[in-house]
Design a protein around this ligand. Sequence first.
Ligand SMILES: [Cu+2]
Length: 118
Amino acid sequence: MIKKSIYILFLSIFLLAACQPAPAEPVDEPSPAEIEVTMPGRVFDPVEVTIEVGTTVRWINTDNEFHTVTAGTRDNPTGLFDAPLDPGEEFSYTFDEPGTYEYHCIPHFGMDGVVIVE
Ligand SMILES: [Cu+2]
């Protein structure tokens, strides 16, 4: 008799668990776009990227020396961003307005890049 009660108890627990609503499926939202620019030396790679509004650009200093990711040109920095990056460090910026965004590395003349936001 006790055995049967235990059996019914376990069966009930099993049925209760089986009847729980399945966990909601994750909604298939498009993940925020992100693009990577590396620094394999005194150069941004790729030098020019074209992205959609709302895309995040992630710069990764893959070099073994210090670089910066500084908005604007050498002669005319815009102040939008200015990230000093030691080797291995990274910096992300999300572009919310269309436009052409030039940037450069302060210590290295000629180390320039551009982000075109459409
Ligand atoms: Cu540099």
